[in-house]
Design a protein around this ligand. Structure first.
Ligand code: NAD
Length: 292
């Protein structure tokens, strides 16, 4: 029987625990944790992600202090907003929703976020802390994958892991987290030669590519744990479209020891880890309020 790693259920359990923690804080007269999601422009996928994040904040009791700016907002105005949020005591987490419109320099904006409020874990200081194995804010999606593995009883120690995709958002931090958890990790990408041979060596295979159905059974070792990070919208005959991952789920699931579905796998865990990071950041910024 293939084990389904149910991210939706785990995310709900984590959010219920955070909700209780935040209710305790506010009952004691403390301010609630605050998250500011900054979105520039009207990318429909981004708008849906931002709505999900704001709904999660509402459920948990985290204050949503974000701003939605028009698509033609100049760099200096976005930068000034980030600086204002850095200085705002009510804000524990700042997230710049990517992608930003082309006229903006995303790297400069991400680097302007106070590293102690960088709940997406993309600031060089936090990526550096991850490399050095120091405590810090961790990228939400790979942190969500690690939480799903742990919850599913998968210990990476000594296992061969292959991460497909080398983005700063997912692939690279994923490699570092699996390595910190004692896996032997290979990073594969679009220029990897004989990809199926490389991925078939994996006890744990993480696909973070953005190609629907790329991972077919010939890419997977029987008995592997398969984590599908991809989120791709594909057309359907009824014209509505649907979300699929990078893994051909129906063909691969029977082979796998464990697998994440799309939707309902890694996606909800990303939001749950964002909420976790916001409360963690609050705890660091308000010493003594949350017991260590
Ligand atoms: P990206 O476009 O920045 O990186 C994609 C990576 O895939 C690149 O490193 C590239 O080398 C590699 N690649 C491209 N084509 C390949 C191929 N044919 N074979 C092997 N490798 C190939 O993307 P990203 O931001 O890392 O996102 C990857 C996917 O994960 C997307 O579908 C995205 O929507 C999804 N995503 C999901 C979540 C979530 O919460 N589940 C979060 C972030 C991203």
């Amino acid at each position: 029987m293939t084990q389904i790693l149910d991210g939706k259920a785990l995310a709900q359990r984590q959010q219920t625990a955070l909700q209780a923690q935040v209710a305790d804080l506010t009952a004691q007269g403390h301010r609630p944790p605050g998250l500011a999601v900054v979105m520039v422009g009207d990318n429909p996928a981004s708008a849906a992600y931002v709505r999900n994040k704001e709904r999660a904040c509402d459920r948990i009791g985290i204050a949503s202090l974000g701003r939605h700016l028009p698509g033609d907002t100049p760099q200096a105005v976005v930068l000034a907003l980030i600086q204002q949020l850095n200085a705002d005591e009510r804000v524990d987490g700042i997230l710049l929703q990517l992608p930003v419109p082309e006229h903006l320099d995303a790297i400069a904006l991400l680097n302007a976020i106070d590293p102690d409020k960088d709940v997406d874990g993309l600031h060089p200081v936090n990526l550096g802390r991850l490399v050095r194995g120091e405590p810090g804010l961790r990228s939400c999606t790979p942190a969500g994958v690690m939480a799903l593995l742990a919850d599913g009883g998968v210990d990476p120690t000594g296992q061969q892991a292959v991460v497909l995709g080398r983005s700063i958002l997912v692939g690279k931090p994923m490699v570092l987290m699996l390595s910190a958890a004692n896996a032997t990790v290979t990073l594969a990408h679009s220029r990897t030669r004989d990809l199926p041979q490389v991925t078939r060596s994996a006890d744990i295979l993480v696909a973070a590519v953005g190609r629907p159905g790329l991972i077919t059974p010939d890419y997977v070792k029987p008995g592997a744990v398969v984590i599908d990070v991809g989120i791709n919208r594909v057309a359907t005959p009824d014209g509505k479209g649907k979300l699929v991952g990078d893994v051909d789920y129906d063909a691969v699931a029977p082979l796998a020891q464990a697998i994440t579905p799309v939707p309902g796998g890694v996606g909800p865990m990303t939001v749950a880890m964002l909420m976790h990071n916001t409360v963690w950041s609050y705890g660091k910024r308000c010493p003594g309020v949350i017991p260590a």
